[in-house]
Design a protein around this ligand. Structure first.
Ligand code: ADP
Length: 372
């Protein structure tokens, strides 16, 4: 800087100074307006959010609440001001800052407790606590669990004994049976098998969804998995007049073998179901990039592009072929997706209407650290 620099070395004139002050005033005015409008927006968000919001200071005391908190806990904001956080959440001595949500029990003025999900957010020496009442969600979760327990106890067990009884009849355990009787028994057995597999699908979907399932990883190979799946589907292929062929390299990977077989059995089962009489289903498997990829190709009707992602959702079924060989609840592909997801893998379909479908999934070759 030189001493010819006017702004430093020369005293400012009165006009210059008042111009500067004016500019500063305008700047401060604009800042104030922007802070005010931000505060207004924040207030609107707090009022309109469906969540209860509490502001808790570093002494664990409540500084502010939104109207939802007053409704949820039946206190007025004045009654809550300066109360300690655990006044509303007796089981939590202090607010915990967590990146995910957590569950807690809230206590109303009446003394009644209710389940909540809490999200916390730290901002400028206060913690914003967002509270969601999950009473209704828990009630529905409970209903679903009760339903699944009912299905598993009250349907699966008698179905399994009916199936066993039919096998005994079929094997002559109750004396000779006429050819007509034998055909009736076979039909009853296949209906019992169908019902059992539907119940198993329901239970599986529930188990994976409720987080009770973790894959039991072990070393396996692509051809072991394909051979097991082909063995399990050969009877279906035979009765559907479909040939299954394979094109597989024998690559080692880590996975829950039973569950990967289950995914493949499902895909091959669907392929058989949609295959025209006398056609072939081909199973490919091998290393591709950083994982192993399985593909099941059929020569069936194919799936329109717009529906290709929808079919992986629960209870989604497209038009079934007239001569349906195996009916389901639309849970099969959703279970496959969840099982592949548990292996950090991906599942998708490649298909063109009228030209068959290829269902594919890939499982990454897991790092050493995940294998224990
Ligand atoms: P489900 O258990 O009822 O068989 P899925 O979840 O396995 O149901 O399949 C969902 C839908 O995807 C089925 O209703 C069917 O319309 C379609 N789909 C599945 N596999 C095939 C296939 N190989 N070819 C044509 N459509 C298929």
């Amino acid at each position: 800087m030189t001493n010819t620099d006017k702004s430093v070395s020369q005293p400012r004139s009165y006009e210059e100074l008042s111009e500067l002050v004016k500019k500063q005033e305008e700047h401060i005015y604009r800042l104030t307006r922007s802070v005010e409008s931000q505060q207004k927006r924040a207030r609107e968000v707090l009022l309109k959010t469906p969540l209860g919001v509490l502001v808790v200071n570093d002494q664990q005391k409540i500084e502010a609440v939104n109207p939802n908190i007053e409704t949820l806990f039946e206190y007025t904001r004045e009654e809550l001001f300066e109360k300690r956080f655990n006044f509303l959440f007796p089981e939590m001595p202090v607010v915990e800052i967590v990146s995910n949500s957590m569950r807690a029990l809230g206590k109303k003025k009446s003394g009644e407790t209710f389940p909540c999900e809490i999200f916390t957010d730290e901002a400028d020496r206060v913690v914003m606590v967002h509270v969601l009442d999950i009473t209704e969600r828990q009630r529905l979760e409970q209903l679903r669990q009760d339903f699944v327990a009912m299905v598993s106890h009250d349907l699966r067990s008698p179905l399994t004994s009916i199936r066993g009884f039919l096998t005994m009849l079929d094997e002559g355990g109750y004396g000779d049976i006429s050819p007509q009787g034998r055909r009736a028994i076979e039909r009853a057995m296949s209906s019992a098998d169908l019902l059992i597999s539907l119940v198993v699908d329901l239970l599986d979907a529930e188990k994976i969804e409720s987080g009770d399932f973790e894959p039991d990883l072990q070393e396996t190979t692509t051809s072991t998995v394909v051979d097991r799946a082909m063995f399990a589907t050969q009877a279906g292929a035979k009765s559907g007049n479909v040939t299954i062929e394979k094109d597989v390299t024998n690559d080692v990977f880590w996975a829950d073998e039973d569950r990967i077989v289950q995914v493949l059995v499902n895909l091959i089962g669907n392929a058989i179901k949609f295959s025209p009489d006398g056609s072939t289903v081909t199973v490919y498997a091998g290393l591709e990039g950083a994982g192993v990829t399985f593909r099941v190709r059929d020569r069936g009707p194919g799936i329109p592009k717009a529906l290709q992602s929808v079919i992986f959702e629960r209870y989604r079924q497209l038009n079934q072929p007239k001569e349906t060989k195996r009916r389901g609840f639309g849970l099969g592909l959703a279970i496959c997706k969840a099982l592949v997801g548990k292996h950090k893998g991906r599942i998708w379909v490649e298909s063109q209407e009228g030209k068959g479908s290829t269902f594919c999934f890939s499982i990454p070759l897991l790092d050493e650290k995940y294998r224990t």
